[in-house]
Design a protein around this ligand. Structure first.
Ligand code: ADP
Ligand code: GLC
Length: 463
């Protein structure tokens, strides 16, 4: 949750969706007590002690409210959550060895709260679990026969939380759940499958991705079950929004605030960005990458196409972290093009905002993309996304209107879109029309909230 710690887009969604829904519902967030959460928690209040199950330990449930009044319940267990490293990985970049126990505890705590055993003063009508770390919540509820409606959202099917069969006993999962109609996944245990199987309703973060994951090609082995859910009317796609606070007119970290039409203001951000990254002064287009550096994001295609971009008079700024190999590929790209390509291997939110504001185009040749938020932030800041026509990219970008789409995740298809982008950059009136459309695209949370409300209402009705 971006208030405390963020690994990617799920952090943004976890911070903004509950706030958007809160306008008409009593939404409360349950989150593991990571160090970063506890250090932000003023007036943490003990709520109750929750029982464990098999090797999943008991824990404390605590509560605090954010400065804007959003209630946060915290699963407090120092041994499992108060560590250096990311929520999912140890400082060497490997999965924490006890991720099964850590996230089973989150699911179990949610189930306890849902049956009224967590907070004596509050019990939710519905539980909305997000991605594999929360996926056992609907499953634990089902195994104890509780009829609490649950919604499970898949943010990225590629990260599934798959563990050895032996983990079943450790987590107190009934033996009979180890079957095709249960948690079994190629003789292992899949948290993601548990979420999809046991939830009253499954959503994912764009309509296109909801369709794509029912195919063998993009279904990560769960396409059969997802096809069944789709046929039952229990799978929907709801496109994410972005927070209203992402606004170039008021964003305090920008070199200069600007609005649509104030292209001189945007240009000043470009100059400042070039200076910050040590790029040469240039009148050519500035391409940006703000991304986790992982295979999904097509970083190899970016590295491959960078030569063409530089040869055509463009420059590039890359910011992000991820797989070692891709980080080092980016570093050598920078060494080959000093003054024309620059990178920061790391992630800093304010810097990312300056990159969106100062760039002309954002590159997003993702192989697959459940939703994608970077392209929406870029549009809001007047940087036109150039993206593979897939998932949420296809649903949020209109080709030639507020960005560019290309058909295949290949260097040649990508190159076609880059050529079109260079063409538009040379035709200022058309460039500015596109920037206008991008900045004005309605990207708030309103539609998504209506979508979730419908799903919640149906799930409550059917339970
Ligand atoms: P994903 O969630 O797959 O990474 P999204 O486009 O949905 O992709 O979300 C990306 C969000 O994460 C943006 O807010 C972006 O600024 C941020 N981000 C990008 N790279 C990193 C990184 N290496 N670490 C943390 N956050 C990042
Ligand atoms: C995942 C997806 C990304 C999506 C984000 C938030 O990290 O990779 O496409 O935008 O979740 O839903």
């Amino acid at each position: 949750m971006a208030d405390f710690v963020k690994v990617g887009g799920l952090g943004d969604v976890s911070a903004s969706l509950p706030r958007a829904l809160r306008k008409s519902h009593d939404v409360r967030v349950l989150i593991p007590g990571y160090r970063e959460v506890l250090s932000h928690a003023h007036d943490l209040e003990f709520v109750s002690h929750l029982p464990g199950k098999a090797d999943v330990p008991s824990c404390d449930l605590a509560r605090f409210d954010t400065a804007d009044g959003l209630p946060i319940y915290v699963v407090v267990h120092a041994g499992l959550f108060e560590r250096n490293g990311s929520p999912y990985l140890n400082p060497n970049g490997q999965d924490w060895e006890d991720n099964d126990i850590r996230f089973a505890l989150l699911g179990l705590a949610a189930a306890e709260m849902a049956v009224g055993a967590g907070d004596p003063d509050w019990r939710p009508q519905i539980v909305h679990a997000n991605d594999w770390p929360a996926a056992l919540a609907p499953a634990y509820l089902a195994w104890r026969g509780a009829r609490v409606p649950t919604v499970f959202t898949v943010h990225n099917l590629a990260y599934q939380g798959v563990f050895q069969r032996e983990t079943m006993g450790r987590l107190g999962i009934p033996d009979q759940a180890f079957q095709i109609n249960g948690v079994e996944f190629y003789d292992k245990l899949s948290f993601m499958k548990a979420g999809v199987f046991y939830a009253s309703h499954v959503t994912t973060v764009s309509e296109s991705y909801a369709r794509e994951i029912t195919s063998a090609e993009s279904g990560c082995g769960l396409d059969g079950l997802l096809r069944t859910r789709a046929a039952e009317g229990r799978l929907s796609g709801i496109l994410n929004g972005i927070d209203e606070q992402w606004d170039p007119r008021s964003e305090p970290s920008l070199f200069q605030n600007f609005e649509a039409g104030d292209w001189a203001g945007k240009r000043r951000n470009s100059s400042a960005l070039r200076k910050h990254f040590g790029l040469a002064v240039s009148r050519g287009p500035l391409f940006a990458v703000v991304s986790r550096l992982v295979e999904q994001k097509g970083i190899d295609l970016i590295v491959e196409s960078a030569e063409d971009i530089v040869a055509a008079g463009g420059q590039m700024v890359i910011t992000g972290t991820g797989e070692r190999k891709l980080e080092s590929d980016v570093r050598s790209l920078v060494e080959r093009h000093p003054g024309q390509v620059a990178a920061h291997i790391g992630f800093d939110e304010s810097e990312a905002k300056n990159v969106y504001a100062g760039s002309d185009f954002l590159l997003m040749p993702s192989r697959f993309e459940p939703c994608g938020l970077s392209q929406m932030y870029a549009q809001r800041f007047g940087s036109l996304p150039i993206a593979h026509r897939v998932g949420g990219l296809a649903d949020s970008i209109q080709d030639g209107v507020n960005g560019f789409l290309f058909q295949k995740p290949s260097a040649s298809s990508f190159r076609g879109a880059l050529v079109r982008a260079f063409g538009i950059f040379g035709a200022k009136a058309r460039l500015n029309t596109m920037r206008h459309s991008a900045m004005r695209r309605a990207a708030g949370w309103q539609d998504a909230c209506s979508g979730y409300e419908l799903v919640y209402a149906r799930s409550i009705g059917n339970s």
